[in-house]
Design a protein around this ligand. Structure first.
Ligand SMILES: [Zn+2]
Ligand SMILES: [Zn+2]
Length: 323
């Protein structure tokens, strides 16, 4: 097969997407003449890892950023990216977002994106694209914050002078089907159906100089192979085959139906042939974070001291015996 570069991303990372100086080594580039960048704002999971915000990615073309998912922490990670030079990701500049599905780990930053974006200078409604249920979720968030909106915009409020942009706090939620869902002078966005626990989509981004595909949460599907088909970057979730046997049976069966293992992703990438494969949204338990209570019947008092130790050296039996 053609050589595929792979990076596994945990923290905030910007992929400038130019040619690598040393092919075959995992690395993140710092500078490139490419117009398009992929910025991994958050690569986490439902696990409350303080070092990994919830899933959110920004595709940046020139001075414009397009978000995919808005997990918890998205706004602060966007500001962190802006402070590192990706000014398009400044919260007030974020005006377009695509959501892969409505699981909370991918949407718990939605209200933050709406309101912190607004108070940070967004001048138009947020445009959001995603599956059925997005409109209802959007309406309920706006309703939940109606006191905040009213207080900020009334004659004594801090946003009362934003009269030129009276709709900036609003959201236009677009419920989509597979196909082209968005197009402007910099980008065409195509949604394709994925296989998860609810209606879900992956997205392909065609920019002037790059084709980037992102999976969201999904079992392996041919649609991703077709969407990528030699794409520049495939950003795909994966769950460690080493970790899975150590998790409760209910989690294992859920992953088997609705997520992708690292082995399955290797097989998928062989067919999709991305020039760069980025693995994200992998379950991990960082130092000091115990498994949630709901996991404990399978692994009582499990707690790891080093991330690598958990992944590479400790078997479930070792953990049980040492707990
Ligand atoms: Zn999910
Ligand atoms: Zn998820």
């Amino acid at each position: 097969m053609k050589f595929v570069r792979i990076v596994i991303l945990i923290g905030l990372a910007s992929l400038a997407l130019g040619p690598l100086a040393h092919r075959g080594k995992c690395q993140i580039q710092k500078a490139s003449a490419a117009r398009t960048k992929a910025v991994l704002l958050g690569t986490g999971t439902p696990v409350p890892d303080p070092d990994r915000s919830g899933p959110s990615t920004a595709i940046v073309v020139d001075d414009r950023a397009y978000l995919i998912d808005f997990g918890p922490g998205v706004v602060r990670r966007a500001e962190a990216a802006a402070l590192r030079g990706v000014t398009a990701a400044r919260p007030g500049n974020l005006t377009v977002a695509f959501v892969t599905h409505l699981h909370s780990d991918h949407t718990a930053g939605y209200s933050d994106l709406i309101f912190t974006g607004w108070t940070s200078g967004r001048t138009a409604p947020l445009e959001v694209y995603g599956p059925s249920g997005l409109q209802s979720m959007s309406e309920h968030i706006l309703q939940a914050y109606r006191v905040d909106i009213e207080t900020r915009t009334n004659p004594n409020g801090p946003m009362r002078d934003a009269g030129r942009f009276p709709d900036a706090w609003k959201v236009n939620a677009h419920e989509i089907k597979a196909g082209v869902v968005y197009k402007d002078d910099k980008i065409t966005v195509t949604a394709f159906a994925t296989k998860h626990a609810m209606e879900s989509y992956g997205y392909r981004f065609d920019t002037p100089d790059r084709r980037i595909v992102i999976s969201g949460d999904t079992n392996p599907v041919d649609e991703i192979v077709k969407a990528c088909d030699g794409c520049d970057v495939l950003i795909h979730e994966a769950q460690s085959v080493e970790l899975l046997p150590k998790l409760p049976a209910s989690i294992q069966s859920f992953v088997a139906k609705y997520h992708t293992t690292t082995e399955q992703l290797a097989e998928l990438a062989r067919k999709a042939k991305p020039k760069l494969l980025v693995i994200y949204h992998a379950i991990s338990f960082p130092p000091g974070i115990a498994l949630p209570d709901s996991y404990r019947p399978a692994l009582p008092r499990m707690r790891c001291t080093r991330r690598q130790e958990f992944f590479r050296t400790r078997s479930a039996r070792d953990i049980r015996e040492n707990s």
